[in-house]
Ligand binder design. Structure first.
Ligand code: NAP
Length: 181
């Protein structure tokens, strides 16, 4: 798959390494912009406050499968339901939220775990299918929560649950598990 990652920081850098190692053709763009026209999927990995700017600076994102990994650590613009909804309103294609509730410093260790850590995902069907594939290839067990209307909850989970825990105890994996039926 041809993948363009927008954002070359902790998330973008780690995903570039993990997904390239799986044989994908990965291009990474930073704040100087670029073109995503050749991409089969675009992963958004910029600060929450830069979502709109990033998607308007990079050409060729219109209609693309978009996987949003951003978090609203500095809040959301007024009237915006979720950063993923904002991203979809600009890029206009099938949109999923994934990778945002997992720690970038652990992305490269996920595949070494005895049991796959969970990655909650939500969004539009076509984008969810791609996100599930990339999550699995990255060593995670994707759990689909539902449509993009769940994006706000997955965004708020980070500030409400993940950040307090990481501050106290460092980066961690977690696993949603269901009893045998
Ligand atoms: N760190 C984590 O564990 C983690 C995990 C899941 C999700 N997230 C979320 O993922 C996002 C990225 O986190 P990060 O830790 O990777 O951040 P980071 O290390 O600070 O990297 C952010 C990247 O975004 C780029 N950027 C900033 N403004 C941009 C713009 N207008 N257009 C294009 N690129 C722009 C920067 O590019 P330049 O280098 O060119 O300036 C930088 O490489 C955040 O929303 C964060 O909340 C983080």
């Amino acid at each position: 798959m041809k993948i363009t990652i927008i954002g070359r920081g902790n998330v973008g850098g780690a995903l570039q390494r993990v997904l390239s190692a799986k044989g994908h053709d990965v291009d990474v763009l930073g704040s100087d912009g670029g073109d995503a026209a050749a991409a089969d999927a675009v992963i958004l990995a910029v600060p929450g406050g830069a979502v709109e700017d990033a998607l308007r600076t990079v050409s060729g994102v219109e209609g693309k499968v978009l996987i949003d990994a951003t978090n609203p650590l500095q809040g959301r613009p007024d009237g915006v339901e979720s950063l993923s909804a904002l991203a979809k309103s600009i890029a206009s294609g099938p949109t999923a939220r994934a990778f945002n509730t997992n720690f970038a410093t652990l992305f490269e260790q996920a595949a070494e775990q005895g049991e796959r850590p969970t990655m909650p995902i939500c969004g539009d069907d076509e984008a969810v299918r791609v996100a599930e594939q990339l999550a699995r290839e990255s060593g995670y067990d994707p759990v689909v929560v539902g449509g993009l209307e769940h994006a706000r909850a997955l965004e708020d989970y980070v500030g409400g649950v993940m950040i307090p825990l990481v501050m106290e105890r460092g980066p961690f994996f977690y696993r949603f598990d269901w009893p045998e039926r």
